[in-house]
Design a protein around this ligand. Structure first.
Ligand code: NAD
Ligand code: UFG
Length: 337
């Protein structure tokens, strides 16, 4: 298939491009490089032998988008492009709605106008809110989101479902990611957060590199194995493989499916910290800090639907996730240059 990958130079998008190319698909990347780097293209080229065609385009730019669709014929679109910082979305809601909603609407308009029937969308476990008990099952539906970022994911799910109802032959897979971490085992691709990281593993990575003093563990009084928050971590390469299966599934079906992508297992903050210590061979300091507003105690996925519909299961465990994350940070002390 010839696949348009929006946000394809980003963390999950770049790994997905590698898996798509290695599975015989063609990709065209569209990204405005707001949170990624042009050198990612060369690295995808190194890993696959193919440097993808690239458009530096913003999905808020209708004319720019139109040009991409005029110049290519796509069988499918995997839509990663968007902003993802929960805290920033609270202080800049309009920026988030403009990028993640208005930009996505422009993209969907083009998909329909140019007859691209298959779409895979990056949703998030955040749409379950704090309304349900783990394991989160797709059939629970959507809960109450607690920040504009989460609301943009929930709204996109509803918009795509409506588009599938209105446009015969349209096919969508809404992938609800749990917590993607890790990096490509080559050390060529990985996550490069801007400034001080908000997420657990990128923060631990900075502590391991000696760039931050210690980890703040947000709460140790949750009803969990050791009192710290429990999440379902998934290796980014496993997540990338799920996208290959999802886009191939979309091509053979019509309608809209919501599918969780996680390992089905939960790890506490301290368990992840200890796995990372093993990976880097150092003891990493931490202090217990107050709970972070909006956090829930436990989140992990029900994985039966991914297995049944996509034949997808994760391969990599938490040790491999931490080892690959550490390897990437050692190989790229200044990010992707
Ligand atoms: P990322 O920031 O690394 O990648 C997103 C890419 O989109 C970046 O390269 C950025 O430059 C690009 N982009 C942003 N706004 C754009 C715009 N207006 N036009 C064109 N390009 C634009 O993030 P990621 O971790 O790879 O996440 C990919 C998708 O998955 C996002 O939609 C994110 O919300 C979603 N998601 C991520 C996580 C996570 O924990 N990483 C969890 C659930 C869902
Ligand atoms: N945590 C710490 N210290 C830190 C950072 C995180 O203790 O410095 C804890 C959190 O309290 C939580 C766990 O580590 O218990 C994981 O936190 P992350 O910020 O890494 O991940 P979240 O589960 O909060 O959020 C992630 C994505 C969101 C997405 C959400 C639900 O970052 O985009 O999963 O899918 F919305």
């Amino acid at each position: 298939m010839n696949i348009l990958v929006t946000g394809g130079t980003g963390f999950i998008g770049s790994h997905t491009c590698v898996e798509l190319l290695n599975n015989g698909h063609q990709v065209v990347i569209l990204d405005n490089l707001y949170n990624s780097n042009i050198h990612v293209l060369e690295r995808i080229g190194k890993l696959t032998g193919v440097t993808p065609k690239f458009y530096e385009t913003d999905i808020r730019d209708k004319e720019g988008l139109k040009k991409v669709f005029e110049e290519n014929r796509f069988d499918a679109c995997i839509h990663f492009a968007g902003l993802k910082a929960v805290g920033e979305s609270v202080s800049k809601p309009l920026f988030y709605y403009q990028n993640n909603i208005e930009g996505s609407l422009n993209l969907y308009e083009c998909l329909i106008a140019y007859g691209v029937k298959n779409i895979v969308f990056s949703s998030s476990a955040t749409v379950y809110g704090d309304n349900f008990e783990a394991p989160f099952k797709e059939e629970y539906g959507r809960g109450t989101t607690t920040n504009p970022y989460g609301s943009t994911k929930l709204m996109n799910e509803i918009i795509i479902e409506d588009l599938c109802k209105a446009n015969e032959g349209m096919s969508a897979v809404l992938l609800r990611y749990f917590n993607p971490i890790g990096a490509h085992e080559s050390g060529l691709l990985g996550e490069v957060p801007n400034g001080i990281p908000n997420n657990l593993v990128p923060y631990i990575a900075r502590v391991a590199e000696g760039k931050l003093d210690r980890l703040n563990v947000f709460g140790d009084d949750y009803d969990t194995v050791d009192g710290t928050g429990v999440r379902d971590y998934i290796h980014v390469v496993d997540l990338a493989r799920a996208h290959v299966k999802a886009v191939e599934y979309a091509d053979k079906h019509t309608g809209c499916e919501v599918i969780n992508v996680g390992s089905g297992k939960g790890y506490s903050v301290l368990e992840v910290l200890h796995a990372y210590e093993k990976a880097c061979g150092k003891t990493l300091p931490y202090v217990v800090a107050p709970r972070r507003p909006g956090d829930i105690a436990t989140s992990y996925a029900a994985t039966d639907k991914a297995k049944e519909l996509l034949g997808f299961e994760t391969e990599y465990d938490i040790e491999k996730m931490c080892a690959d994350s550490y390897h990437f940070s050692v190989m790229n002390p200044n990010g992707i240059e």
